[in-house]
Design a binder for this molecule. Structure first.
Ligand code: ADP
Length: 426
């Protein structure tokens, strides 16, 4: 194509010069003839210039054919524009594909141009940061007006993630990370770390609580031992301390046992361990085992309306009964009656432990199953509990598809109950 036009280009001026020179010589006016030929040549150039000027308004269309060097100038330009357009199309397609892939990422993904403008985002970004497609092309720092986030975006700190409070929800903690993609673009990932932070705080509190609970009996044991080893002390006193060691050592044992049970409950699956359990029999065994601990006989009454089987783990259900009964005993004045019952309730089987003890004020009810939560710390501790009993009960019940319900009136007593699905007894 270019050879064809190159030939044309050489032919037109040569032919024009030859014709005008021949006519000029023939008429004896060579100067005028060449002058006229120049005017024609200028006219051709001007019209070519106009043609290409018009083309330049839509440079992606094919340029018109020309007979002059203009075409040689314009055509390569047009070709490179076409190649560039192809490349841009490919890139846009790839970018769309990448954006489509980012939709499966649960964290917010935002692609930024070198100037920090939003180029693309995924659905999580729209939800988490209230962005919309209208924000594409705007600066991310101007759309999200959190001062820490703005500094983070502008300062190019790629290494350290930024933790900040959501500008839309004061109770939500977010974490942002920046990644340089190498092609001048930046990817910003933002994730919701509210639950993670809550978990970290819970873990810290748990460790602090365990340490505190262990330290108290250990300090007592250490104090007794010190006195027992002190030869200047009265021999009778030193001997009497041996029997007093039992209480703090038992406390330590109970605490360690409860902690181990909680860990085991959290780390094992309950599905394959379930067997049919006769709840009525289980309750009777529990009460029998507890009777040496009760302060008056007949303090615990058992009411069993139906002999039913439930799918469960024997040892865990025993632990539920044991914890609820010991609490009823622990938080009731001496001799007050306690009733444990197993009854059909609609389609379910209801296990219930009722006492006429001190009762619980309503504001504590929601928190009783938290680890180490006690209504009256000093009083409760002296009663021998670990503060983990109801947390264990909650876990076990969850593994059995049930939950703990508490009804209580301060000064009048409490009822702790839970429902289980039944297997009709054969
Ligand atoms: P603890 O080992 O201290 O008994 P729990 O987790 O078993 O720990 O119980 C948590 C708290 O709930 C207790 O410290 C007590 O204040 C309260 N509580 C539990 N059961 C009863 C009850 N039957 N009557 C009154 N308060 C109770």
């Amino acid at each position: 194509m270019s050879a064809y036009f190159a030939n044309k280009l050489r032919v037109v001026p040569i032919t024009l010069t030859l014709i005008s020179a021949t006519f000029g010589l023939w008429l004896g006016e060579l100067g005028w003839a060449l002058f006229l030929a120049s005017l024609v040549w200028i006219f051709i150039h001007t019209s070519e210039y106009r043609k290409y000027l018009q083309w330049s308004r839509h440079p992606l269309k094919r340029p018109p054919n020309g007979i002059d060097r203009w075409f040689l100038l314009i055509y390569p330009l047009f070709r490179s524009l076409q190649r560039e357009r192809g490349r841009t199309r490919d890139m846009t397609k790839r970018l769309r594909e990448i954006l489509r892939l980012t939709e499966v990422i649960p964290d917010a993904v935002i692609i930024l141009t070198p100037t920090g403008d939003i180029e693309g985002m995924n659905d999580a970004a729209r939800k988490l940061l209230s962005l919309s497609d209208r924000d594409v092309g705007l600066g991310l720092a101007t759309v999200l007006r959190n001062p820490d986030f703005v500094t983070f975006i502008r300062e190019n700190q790629l290494e350290e993630p930024l933790e900040f409070t959501s500008p839309f929800n004061a109770g939500q903690s977010l974490e942002a990370r920046r990644f340089d993609t190498g092609n001048e673009r930046t990817i910003v990932l933002v994730r919701d770390i509210t639950a993670l932070n809550r978990l970290l705080t819970m873990r810290q509190n748990f460790v602090a609580n365990v340490s505190h609970e262990l330290r108290t009996p250990l300090t007592v044991v250490a104090g007794y031992l010190e006195t027992m080893l002190d030869e200047t002390q009265d021999a009778e006193l030193r001997l009497s301390l041996i029997s007093r060691l039992e209480t703090p050592v038992k406390r330590l044992q109970n605490l360690v046992n409860d902690l181990m049970l909680l860990t085991q409950l959290e780390s094992t699956s309950s599905k394959e361990q379930k067997r049919p359990v006769n709840l009525a029999k289980l309750v009777e065994t529990c009460v029998q085992e507890l009777s040496p601990l009760t302060r008056t006989t007949n303090q615990i009454s058992i009411i069993v309306e139906d002999e039913v089987l439930i799918p469960g783990i024997d040892t865990e259900l025993q632990s539920v009964c044991f914890n609820l009964l010991t609490n009823a005993l622990r938080y009731s004045p001496e001799g007050n009656p306690i009733t444990i019952s197993v009854k059909k309730h609609h389609q379910a089987v209801r296990l219930s432990v009722k006492d006429q003890g001190y009762g619980i004020a309503p504001e504590h009810l929601d928190r009783l199953t938290e680890r180490f939560y006690r209504v009256d710390l000093a009083g409760a501790r002296s009663r021998g509990g670990t503060g983990l009993g109801l947390a264990i009960v909650k876990h076990i019940l969850r593994r059995h598809g049930s939950e703990l319900n508490i009804q209580s009136t301060l000064g009048h007593g409490s009822t702790f109950f839970c429902d289980f699905e039944s297997i009709e007894a054969a």
